[in-house]
Ligand binder design. Structure first.
Ligand SMILES: *Cc1c(COP(=O)(O)O)cnc(C)c1O
Length: 429
């Protein structure tokens, strides 16, 4: 399998080189030259396979032999060694709970897969790898946990000060060791812009191997396809509508990829908060990135969603085809709050704000069009302080979260200034 850059200037590379580079030099995103199809036999029988076997079978063509089967199977097994239950919330709506991993959000899968791929590829390299990641909340914790203690790898995390929740901040700042956390005076988009600049900085790149662990890295992006197979494995009845709470659009792009390779899905819904660049694009065909605005679902506060271009690539930039498969809606904070209250009192189910955006968009769609559907519950409610303010409870606190409060918090405050980030990176070389 080869990967090309969506900007079409940088040369094609293998899976291995795409993972190691993170982003092509022309600042596009890597995208597979072919979209693998699963065989009808496999699609008819995958429901009886184990989660690890599904993960291995789905990812294998994308890896294209760059990791031997035995190692890849082991990576797949470690990546998905927790549960992904599909839980009925109403008669027509089920939640695919993606928060049963170590940092209680769906990004654990991509982060675990990527860290293990990098570990595999770094085995025989003398040089150190620095993983740089900008996070709006969940990515950083998942990446930090995925890479913590991995030899020859340094992790540098950038997050917007004051814009992540208490539990997220603890997950970001309490690991120590090879994980350095920078608290930036600015927004997530500022963090992402600085990270992109560092990844294009030839001075740093000539001295150390620097890579991104954001969802733009193919090893973070592609394994997210697994969720959709796990959802369908537990689903009975007609093709579901699948609703994905979206920010940077990596998760949704991977879901659509799973569908293209054969997974039956009637329609996808991109559920956004007030950051509505994609819903406006789906109405107007005009793509206008904006500054992000802060919302209750802070992990989706993205004004310039990087991965949307991958969705356009999947559909060959044919708008009519895209429109047939994808609907995009924006859900306000008021509607999010009302939905959390309503679902708690009606169904006794505690939604986190991201899941609530998904539930609202899905229920509205089903009320109009009929059918049944699945929304992805992307994080555990305990990660968001707003949940107890709104519902008076966050449900059961999972083990591990309480321990975080006793740990020492370490982070470095930086301005929205590339020089300060560069100094930190250079100090790790
Ligand atoms: C990252 C994140 C999202 C958005 O996912 P994208 O792939 O960026 O669209 C949604 N919910 C939670 C809890 C997240 O952490």
């Amino acid at each position: 399998m080869q990967y090309f850059s969506t900007n079409r200037v940088s040369p094609h590379v293998s899976f291995r080189d795409a993972v190691l580079a993170g982003q092509p030099a022309d600042k596009g995103l890597y995208f597979p030259t072919e979209l693998p199809r699963l065989t009808p036999d496999w699609l008819a029988s995958f429901r009886s396979l184990s989660n690890e076997q599904i993960a291995f079978d789905v990812i294998r063509p994308y890896v294209g032999g760059d990791i031997d089967d035995e190692s890849l199977y082991e990576i797949a097994r470690e990546t998905v060694n927790f549960s992904f239950p599909l839980v009925a919330v109403t008669e027509t709506i089920a939640a695919l709970e993606l928060f049963h991993g170590p940092t209680l959000a769906f990004k654990d899968v991509g982060a675990r897969f990527m860290s293990r791929c990098l570990r595999h590829f770094s085995r025989n390299r003398a040089e150190k790898t620095i993983v740089l990641v900008a996070t709006s909340g969940d990515t950083g914790g998942a990446v930090a946990a995925g890479f913590h203690g991995v030899e020859n790898i340094e992790v540098v995390i950038l997050y917007p000060k004051g814009k992540v929740s208490k539990v997220q901040e603890l997950q970001l700042t309490t690991l120590g060791g090879n994980v350095t956390t920078l608290e930036l005076h600015g927004t997530f988009d500022d963090c992402q812009a600085l990270a992109k600049r560092a990844l294009a900085d030839t001075d740093i790149m000539s001295r150390v191997h620097l890579t991104s662990a954001n969802s733009i890295n193919v090893a973070r992006w592609l394994p997210q396809q697994f969720y959709y197979f796990y959802a369908l494995k537990q689903w009975e009845g007609d093709e579901p509508v699948v609703c994905v709470p979206s920010g940077n659009f990596g998760n949704l792009a991977s879901g659509i990829l799973a569908h293209i390779s054969g997974l039956p899905v009637r329609k996808f819904i991109a559920a956004c908060n007030a950051n509505d660049v994609v819903p406006r694009f789906m109405d107007s065909q005009t793509y206008e990135p904006r500054d992000s605005v802060s919302t209750l679902s802070n992990a989706m506060d993205v004004g310039s969603p990087s991965n949307f271009v991958r969705i356009l690539e999947i559909f060959g930039h044919r708008f009519a085809d895209l429109k047939e498969k994808l609907e995009a809606v924006s859900v306000s904070d008021e509607a999010t709050t009302a939905t959390m209250r309503d679902v708690f009192s009606r169904c006794n189910y505690i939604l986190d704000p991201h899941g609530a955006v998904g539930f609202r968009a899905l229920e509205d769609h089903l009320n109009e069009s009929g059918g049944r559907g699945i929304f992805l519950e992307t994080a555990h409610p305990v990660k968001f302080d707003s949940v107890s303010d709104i519902l008076g409870t966050q449900g059961d606190v999972p083990p591990g979260v309480l321990e975080l409060f006793d740990k020492e918090r370490v982070s470095i405050e930086v301005d929205n200034d590339y020089g300060q980030l560069k100094d930190v990176l250079v100090s790790k070389i």
